[in-house]
Design a protein around this ligand. Structure first.
Ligand SMILES: [Zn+2]
Length: 76
């Protein structure tokens, strides 16, 4: 699966641009029947993934801090 580059605005100062790699969530269907799951076939969805590539150059927050704040605000 290929990711794509996205830019998010900084959650702290709203002026900086944060470079991210974004992988959209994907559906996968398991068709194999198992004894533990009668009825077989389950659909699972992988979570979307954001990889923060940079911190904020405007307010100086690190990539880790930016990622934590974006998750807290449910942006990613
Ligand atoms: Zn900032």
């Amino acid at each position: 699966m290929a990711g794509r580059y996205e830019q998010l605005s900084c959650p702290f100062c709203d002026k900086g641009r944060i470079s991210c790699l974004y992988f959209p969530s994907q559906w996968s269907v398991k068709t194999k029947r198992t004894k533990t799951l009668p009825g077989g076939g389950s659909v699972s969805k992988s979570a979307e993934v954001w990889l923060i590539q940079s911190g904020c150059r405007v307010c100086g927050k690190s990539a880790e801090e930016v990622e934590k704040e974006l998750r807290k605000q449910s942006i990613i």
